[in-house]
Ligand binder design. Structure first.
Ligand SMILES: Cc1cc2nc3c(=O)[nH]c(=O)nc-3n(C[C@H](O)[C@H](O)[C@H](O)COP(=O)(O)OP(=O)(O)OC[C@H]3O[C@@H](n4cnc5c(N)ncnc54)[C@H](O)[C@@H]3O)c2cc1C
Length: 420
């Protein structure tokens, strides 16, 4: 379905505005808050905004508000390391994340916003026979789903990333890797702003600095939300608040099996391009990619304690530097420029929780842990369909909240713990 944008971005438009010194119009305009909406989405990250965008473009549902207590992308969506891949371990996970990669592939054209998707391949290193075994398993599950993944030996690893130390003297020798050519990186803030712009152009209202403080219910059904800027009547509320999702679900009286942990990342000064793939070591709890500007972006696994703090720590950079140098000793002189932290909503099986809850009209799209950015498009598409049809589509049927009582967990720990 076509959409109406405020300004078409094009090379010609750029030239014209350059020559006439004309300003670009704002990507989207704030609107006055209505007293009622058909749908209220809590959380202005990639999940909330993508859901709003697909509600409008795929289903024509536009009387929708996205509320964020802070600014768009203030949560994980503006803090992640933007790794995209679909080499998960469960058939449900592989199929789901692969659909997201397909949507990401066309997102620049769909949104008329350059999201800078760089498909450069994703390599997960194996330092033990046990990891190699898990990687063979993942490669087979991927292939059955039509996803390109294979196990490669140290020689091929070295060809793909020449600075990696593949010698036998390394503290954790590299025995092979899971090579996933479709993986890559993207520009996370462009994705957030592209969806916001697309949603707003289709009539969705986006309200920043609007915190939901209460979810009103009557007879087990949602009737509205209270915010710091006034009350809104609505019959449908979507909780897309990731690290804060248990606090928001508590407002509706719904308990979630989720714990919030901080996750840190860091970036170096720019250096000459030398790394054309994403490298992950689960054993060493690190991963690295190089941006188009030349900075090295590093990440790790979550901090070992639950917290809502978004501060960096010295322990993190010490551990990170040690492990990166074990992998690539030649980086000894590169300087770290920044470090930061975000919140991750971890589930027991490392898979998301999506769909209805025991409270009528209260839906969740949460449990995104360290891996939810890559799932933004498919989650938005699926949650929009779930709201429009009143039932979850097949692609998310395995991720319902009821799986924890039914005992049907979708175990993804082996593929999701570090390699976001
Ligand atoms: C350092 C780091 C690296 C990561 N790397 C990757 C990666 O490489 N690849 C990947 O796929 N994933 C990665 N992730 C995970 C990913 O960032 C998240 O899973 C994803 O961004 C979650 O998006 P979201 O839209 O669900 O939530 P968020 O982007 O977290 O947005 C939630 C929003 O809800 C708002 N909110 C909270 N409470 C309220 C309230 N009461 N009222 C109104 N608004 C509220 C917040 O202000 C926030 O903006 C990483 C995360 C971190 C922290």
């Amino acid at each position: 379905m076509g959409s109406v944008y405020p300004a078409k971005y094009s090379a010609f438009g750029l030239l014209r505005r350059g020559l006439t010194a004309q300003d670009w119009p704002a990507a989207w305009q704030p609107q006055p808050m209505r007293s009622s909406y058909d749908v209220v989405i809590i959380g202005g990250g990639v999940h909330g905004l993508a859901t709003a965008y697909y509600l409008a473009t795929n289903h024509g549902i536009t009387n929708v508000a996205v509320l964020d207590k802070s600014y768009l992308g203030a949560g994980g969506s503006g803090r992640n390391t933007a790794i995209l891949r679909s080499n998960y371990i469960s058939p449900e996970g592989v199929k789901f994340y692969d659909r997201s990669l397909t949507l990401y592939e066309n997102l620049t054209a769909d949104l008329d916003f350059n999201v800078m998707f760089s498909r450069r391949g994703h390599m997960t290193l194996a330092h033990s026979d046990a990891s190699l075994r898990t990687m063979r398993w993942r490669a087979e599950v991927n292939k059955v789903q039509g996803v390109n993944s294979e196990v490669i030996g140290p020689g091929e690893v070295k060809k793909l990333a020449p600075l990696l130390d593949i010698s036998k003297q390394a503290r954790y020798p590299i025995l092979g890797a899971l090579w996933h050519p479709p993986g890559g990186i993207i520009r996370h803030d462009a994705v957030v702003w592209g969806y916001a712009r697309g949603a707003a152009a289709n009539g969705i209202h986006i309200h920043q600095e609007t915190e939901v403080t209460c979810i009103e219910r009557t007879g087990g059904r949602v009737t509205g939300v209270r915010t710091n800027r006034g009350d809104i009547a609505t019959g449908t509320v979507l909780n897309a608040t990731a690290g804060w999702c248990t606090l928001v679900s508590d407002l509706a009286g719904v308990k979630l099996p989720v714990q919030t942990f901080p996750l840190q990342a860091a970036v170096t000064e720019p250096v000459r391009p030398f790394l054309n793939t994403v490298i992950v070591s689960g054993t060493l709890h690190v991963y690295v990619s190089q941006t188009d500007r030349g900075e090295l972006v590093f990440g790790a696994s979550v901090d070992p304690y639950t917290s809502y703090s978004m501060r960096g720590s010295l322990e993190f950079v010490e551990g990170l530097a040690t492990h990166i140098l074990e992998l690539m000793p030649a980086l000894g002189k590169v300087r770290l420029m920044r470090q930061w932290s975000g919140l991750c909503d971890m589930t027991p099986d490392f898979s998301p929780i999506m769909g209805p809850t025991p409270v009528d009209g209260f839906l969740v799209d949460v449990g995104w842990g360290t891996y939810g950015f890559k799932a933004g498009p498919v989650s938005g598409e699926a949650m929009a369909r779930c709201i429009a049809d009143g039932k979850p589509p097949e692609i998310i049927s395995a991720f319902g909240l009821d799986r924890f009582t039914a005992g049907h967990l979708v175990g993804e720990k082996g593929a999701a713990a570090v390699g976001h």
